[in-house]
Design a protein around this ligand. Structure first.
Ligand SMILES: NC(=O)NCCC(=O)O
Ligand SMILES: [Zn+2]
Ligand SMILES: [Zn+2]
Length: 484
């Protein structure tokens, strides 16, 4: 049934305008005033509201096998939580076990995705390297529509890859038109620091941030940037948490390198004091990598978003129950790493960003959907309210309020790291591919309603970077032949 969203203000990343939006099938078919609508159109009153592109969360781990367990939210509970919070697409990480075929891992993740309520895409993680991985990347790009590859510089002994492997995988990405991404922490140093703190008797969750200081993140970020620059390929740094990392990205961008940075909404509002809670569960529930930082780092991240050094706010949604977190009782190194945020990303960011004046509403759209749609080559099909774009929309009431509580959340876990935070600004309606997904505080889609979204390689930024690298490469010197 066609849908008319009437009386709202359409907000895109570059412009806002009072207009109605008509949706037919899966797409937006008209934007304007006085639109002619087909008989039987469902009308949604958006008076006093903003009509924005649905959020895209490019960093989730749903049903992810990790640290001896699997993350608690799967594609069903995770995408339900997402839709209720105004996010209409997630991009999850397909994670081959070291030695596992990328193609087999892709099939596994597509199977997990069959339960999704919303659109989803996949990144592929490079967790090991040899000719098979090199060859299979081509199929992943050309057949499976995966144009982004994550490399873990941490998690020594499980997912971590070394500099040689980074160089080879980044080079392969360059040739295939794909984007390398990094989890930037110096995994060797983290491993040594974990051992050092544990042996000194730091067994509780506070050992986690102590062994992952901002310096190890800044070093790895800079190293990944240098490796990408040697090849001339753009780079996306996931979960940027600190000044050291931000400064490395800012330096690179000032030098004309295409490097993107992604803070998490958790980093913007929660800080490292959480790990000093005397309640073990409270502290362990917030264990993630990199860890939360102090206010100085938070202020720098907000500034980075406002000045364009950082482009995307994600969640790294990787939820574990309290029971799962307790696997690390007596040894902080065994606490499963990860926190949730899918349901709360947009309201928390609006409340702490737009309502405080740190971001404009257009910048909010940029960092929650438009920028990542561009980076991942889905724009303007995704990330824009425009005729011909997918009808992924939110009707956003900037005056609506709630207090976040686990008691009312869709996520499968038994707590919420944002518990007790009052938010102002909520999605009152979420439309996903032309269907009403969330209205009157109810989810209206079913598991299996979600669609896999493949993405083409060679976004414009990639082509430009590779072209410039070739144009500016050092040239061999022509010499008169020397006769011995
Ligand atoms: N971030 C985190 O602690 N868990 C999820 C896996 C990752 O992204 O490193
Ligand atoms: Zn990571
Ligand atoms: Zn992650």
């Amino acid at each position: 049934m066609p849908i008319l969203i009437r009386g709202g203000t359409v907000v895109n990343a570059d412009h806002s305008v009072r207009a109605d939006v008509l949706v037919d099938g899966e797409t937006i078919v008209a934007i304007g005033t006085g639109l002619t609508v087909p008989a039987g159109t469902e009308v949604i009153d958006a008076g006093g509201c903003y009509v924005m592109p649905g959020g895209i969360d490019p960093h989730t781990h749903l049903d992810m096998p990790f640290m001896g367990t699997s993350s608690a939210d799967d594609f069903e509970t995770g995408t339900r939580a997402a839709l209720s919070g105004g996010t209409t697409m997630v991009v999850d990480f397909c994670l081959p076990a070291p030695g596992q075929s990328l193609l087999a891992a892709y099939q596994e993740w597509r199977h997990k995705g069959e339960k999704a309520l919303s659109d989803y895409g996949l990144h592929m993680a490079i967790t090991w390297w040899d000719k098979q991985v090199h060859d299979e990347m081509e199929t992943c790009v050309k057949t499976y529509g995966i144009n982004s590859y994550k490399h873990f510089m941490a998690y020594k002994g499980s997912l971590m890859v070394n500099d040689d492997e980074l160089f080879q995988a980044f080079s392969r990405c360059a040739g295939l038109g794909a984007l390398p991404m990094v989890h930037a922490e110096n995994g060797d140093l983290v491993w040594q620091l974990q051992k050092l703190y544990f042996e000194r008797g730091y067994t509780g969750p506070e050992g986690h941030p102590y062994s992952r200081p901002p310096e190890v993140e800044g070093e790895a970020t800079n190293r990944a940037i240098v490796i990408a620059d040697m090849i001339g390929v753009p780079l996306y740094v996931v979960h940027t948490s600190c000044t050291q990392s931000l400064e490395a990205i800012a330096r690179a961008r000032a030098a004309g390198k295409r490097v993107y940075g992604e803070p998490l909404v958790q980093y913007l509002v929660l800080d490292e004091s959480e790990y000093r809670s005397t309640d073990w569960d409270h502290a362990a529930r917030r264990v993630m990598s990199p860890p939360f930082r102090d206010k100085k780092h938070q202020d720098a991240l907000w500034a980075g978003l406002a000045n364009g050094t950082l482009q995307v706010v994600a969640t790294d949604h990787c939820s574990f129950t309290t029971q799962q977190k307790r696997m690390g009782l007596g040894d902080f190194r065994k606490i499963p790493n990860g926190t949730a945020g899918l349901e709360d990303r947009l309201p928390v960011l609006w409340t702490h960003g737009v309502a405080t004046g740190r971001l404009t509403k257009e910048e909010f759209v940029a960092v929650t959907s438009a920028n990542i749609a561009r980076i991942l080559n889905m724009y303007p099909k995704k990330g824009r309210v425009a005729v011909g774009s997918d009808a992924d929309l939110i009707v956003w009431d900037p005056e609506a309020t709630k207090t976040i509580t686990a008691a009312k959340q869709f996520s499968a876990i038994d707590y919420n790291v944002f518990e007790g935070i009052a938010v102002t600004g909520l999605p009152v309606v979420t439309v996903s591919r032309g269907r009403i997904a969330w209205k009157d505080k109810e989810i209206r889609l079913e598991p299996g309603d979600g669609t896999y979204v493949p993405r083409d390689p060679f976004p414009a930024a990639h082509v430009a970077s590779i072209t410039w690298k070739e144009a500016s490469r050092p040239r061999p010197v022509g010499r008169i032949e020397v006769t011995p």
